[in-house]
Design a protein around this ligand. Structure first.
Ligand code: 4AD
Ligand code: MG
Length: 419
């Protein structure tokens, strides 16, 4: 384009107006270009417009493209005309430090800033990589309902709504439904928003988050972990390959990400607890690992680590009992390194009708809502396994951001429903 006329439409990031020249940084959604307005090169009216352009005004700039090594990216526009399509008086987000609550209140505008753009672009790449990996590996995408009568994970964290006189919940998971699609397609997945009415106010909890849930007929728990490590490694590699600029904007040290290749270390829950205790970190066998324990366990390895075979009491009703130690179930969490904690939860599913029914009753779950799920164990039951990967936690780790609320366009947390 050097030497040629062009028009660029976009939003003004900054204007620096000197006596005889003004520099406008214009963002068009694909990148940012420096536009230079020379006082003697334009009409008095255009000069006046340039000097008074406001942050985030929407403008159309016309001018000639030229190469200039001093310009970011090596090119700039010598402006000849300016059209203001949308003014922007008193833009609330100034180029200075704002408190995070203020930024979240202005999330609809905050999205435009460079770090937020970088994080959300990585998210989009990770979503695409997820679909690509699963498609290339012959998984069939099955969309599962968001309104459901069956409790997917646990009775404690449900958003409930009245459904024409019936109790309905926002889905905590699509898993029970993708399981049903296994006999139809063998390898399946769902990917969508899931909901947890968790009162946890931590940097890794949202009340609405996105989860991808693959499910594979005839896979056991070990094969389930094989799939997870291949999947996570692929996704990380894609982000490294295609989001180099974004990761640089976020100042992400990518050395730890480069090490994410199969195999991942695997340690049983019981071994992990033993080692925690031996290191002087008291922990009672039987409880789920909390964030501090997860951090410590992952600090033993420089890679994502599988912790497998948790106590039955700490996990959901649908997991298959471990024949080698019936106090435990055939399941795993995948802990991301660098303190990011659990990004994946997976398990082999209970495929025996009687045992599954007993677990539903033990868990005080509404038995009548699971008739269809139990049918799977009545009509051609089969061994199968699957897992759920939390998108925001995964992108939080890949981008190295401290709080996952920045990795979803409009976060939902216990005290935030707007914007
Ligand atoms: O371990 P979870 O609860 O597993 C399931 O929902 C299974 N049904 C998945 C399956 O086997 N198909 O959740 C899976 C992942 C977690 O590892 C975490 O990454 C993410 O979902 N997650 C959350 N992310 C953000 N905010 C929350 N409140 C989350 N709860 C779970
Ligand atoms: Mg879990």
């Amino acid at each position: 384009m050097v030497g040629r006329m062009a028009t660029v439409s976009g939003w003004v990031e900054t204007v620096r107006a000197h006596k005889n020249v003004a520099f406008v940084m214009l963002r068009d959604g694909t990148g940012v270009v420096q536009a230079v307005v020379g006082r003697k090169d334009v009409s008095a009216e255009t000069w006046e417009r340039a000097a008074t352009l406001a942050q985030e005004a929407c403008v159309l700039l016309a001018g000639t493209i030229r190469a200039d090594p001093r310009s970011p990216g090596g090119f700039e526009m010598g402006v000849s005309g300016i059209d203001v399509a949308g003014a922007s008086d008193d833009y609330p987000l100034q180029p200075k430090e704002h408190g995070v609550e203020f930024l979240l209140d202005h999330r609809h505008l905050w999205l435009r800033s460079s770090r937020q753009r970088a994080g959300l672009r990585v998210r989009a790449e990770v979503e695409q990589a997820i679909h690509d990996f699963l498609y290339e590996n012959e998984f069939v995408r099955v969309d599962t309902p968001i309104l459901t009568g069956a409790i997917g994970e646990s009775a404690g964290a449900l958003f409930e709504t009245d459904y024409f006189g019936q109790r309905a919940f926002l889905a905590q998971t699509g898993q029970l439904y993708v399981e049903c699609a296994c006999p139809a397609f063998r390898k399946v997945y769902c990917f969508g928003p899931t909901f947890r009415a968790e009162k946890s106010k931590t940097r890794r909890h949202l009340t609405e988050f996105w989860m991808v849930e693959p499910e594979v007929a005839f896979a056991d728990s070990d094969e389930n972990m094989d799939l997870q490590e291949a999947f996570v490694s692929y996704v990380v590699r894609r982000a490294l390959e295609r989001c180099e600029k974004e990761l640089a904007t976020l100042e992400r040290d990518t050395t730890a990400l480069e090490a994410v290749v199969p195999p991942f270390p695997r340690i049983s829950y019981s071994e992990a607890v033993e080692r925690l205790v031996a290191e002087g970190h008291p922990f009672d066998w039987g409880a789920d690992l909390g964030a501090p324990e997860e951090r410590r366990v992952s600090s033993w390895f420089g890679k994502p680590v599988f912790v497998h075979d948790y106590p039955k009491s700490a996990k959901a009703f649908y997991m298959k009992e471990n024949p080698a130690d019936p106090r435990t179930v055939l399941c795993n969490d995948l802990l991301a390194p660098e303190g990011y904690g659990e990004i994946v939860g997976g398990s082999q599913r209970e495929d025996d009708h009687g045992r599954l029914l007993a677990r539903i009753r033990e868990g005080d779950l509404p038995e009548e809502a699971y008739g269809w799920y139990l049918d799977l164990r009545k009509f051609g039951t089969f061994p199968h396994s699957g897992f759920g990967l939390g998108l925001e936690r995964t992108v939080g780790w890949i981008t190295g951001r401290p709080h996952i609320r920045e990795l979803v366009p409009f976060p939902r947390t216990i005290n935030r429903l707007a914007p």
